[in-house]
Write a protein that binds this ligand. Structure first.
Ligand code: AMP
Length: 286
């Protein structure tokens, strides 16, 4: 694996593979790697061809400056993990490469960026995500890019972005990787206070309680979500949002009739965690 920091170096490192007609894959990340990231890198390397992992803590998508400051960083460890996961190139640019002086463009995906995370973090968050992903796609020009279902709204937004702007990239969304107790892996988990780390798996237990209710025949979202709210209340968690929404528009559903996204966000001290599951009602017999 080689480590590159500039767009010029990146392009020249990719040119050979592209010239040979090998496919190029991209895994965009903000570093502080865990098994979730590693699963995406393995998928990318299984594609064959050249796999690029980008590591860039994107200031434009942080609505809270202290969240950006606290964000865990360990590039040397990340480089080892990326190499072990089969990455060919680790692209870790400084902020000045991505946002040179005078930078003044942005990409906005309306609609799906507005609810849930958009409502809590403001429009700048997903504008920052869409802009940096567009830039990374232009820098790397991948054939395929890998994202995690853990950030379901982000994945949906990127699918929309690629479709709306005719980007020649296949978007693959990979399953959420969890700790043994169900907590979705996140770079922010290491920032949790010990007591909060113990309570945090209740997020996933709440999601699975909704899943069970729906599988058991509950179609009304309020009733299904109530099963999860009981779990949260027991753990002393008041979520920022806990919603049953359309997988297409992210608008709240009035009845759970087809595949539905159950999304949750909660604060544990200064640390915000998000998670989600896809639920579907049991097939009707006969
Ligand atoms: P991040 O570094 O948090 O921006 O994440 C980089 C990529 O890894 C994004 O596509 C995330 O959705 C994905 N990701 C983060 N956590 C997980 C997880 N627990 N399981 C699967 N993918 C994940």
């Amino acid at each position: 694996m080689i480590l590159v920091r500039t767009i010029v170096e990146l392009r020249s490192a990719i040119a050979g593979a592209r010239g040979r007609g090998s496919p190029v894959s991209l895994v965009p990340t903000m570093g502080a790697f865990h098994e979730g990231h590693v699963s995406l890198m393995r998928r990318a390397s299984e594609e064959g061809g050249l796999s690029v992992v980008s590591l860039f803590v994107n200031p434009a998508q942080f609505n809270d400056p202290s969240d950006l400051e606290r964000y865990p960083r360990d590039e040397a460890r990340d480089a080892r993990l990326a190499e072990d996961a089969g990455a060919d190139i680790l692209f870790a640019p400084p902020v000045s490469q991505v946002y040179p002086p005078g930078f003044s463009s942005s990409v906005e995906v309306r609609g799906v960026s507005a609810p849930l995370e958009g409502a809590v973090r403001g429009v700048e968050h997903f504008r920052g995500v869409a802009t940096v992903v567009t830039k990374l796609f232009n820098m790397v020009q991948p054939d395929v890019a890998f994202f995690g279902q853990k950030d379901a709204q982000q994945a949906l937004l990127i699918r929309r972005l690629v479709r709306d702007l005719d980007m020649p990239v296949r978007v693959e969304v990979c399953p959420t990787v969890r700790e043994g107790d169900g907590l979705a892996m996140s770079s922010r988990n290491v920032l949790l206070a010990p007591g909060d780390r113990e309570r945090a798996p209740a997020l996933y237990r709440a999601l699975t309680a909704v899943e069970r209710a729906v599988a058991g025949g509950v179609h009304h979202p309020d009733e299904a979500l109530a099963a999860g709210t009981r779990v949260l209340t027991e753990a002393g968690i008041v979520p920022e949002y806990f919603a049953a929404v359309s997988t297409d528009t992210l608008a709240p559903v009035r009845r759970i009739t087809g595949e539905t996204l159950i999304a949750i966000a909660a604060r544990f001290g200064a640390v915000r965690l998000i998670d989600n599951v896809l639920v579907r009602p049991a097939e009707r017999r006969g």
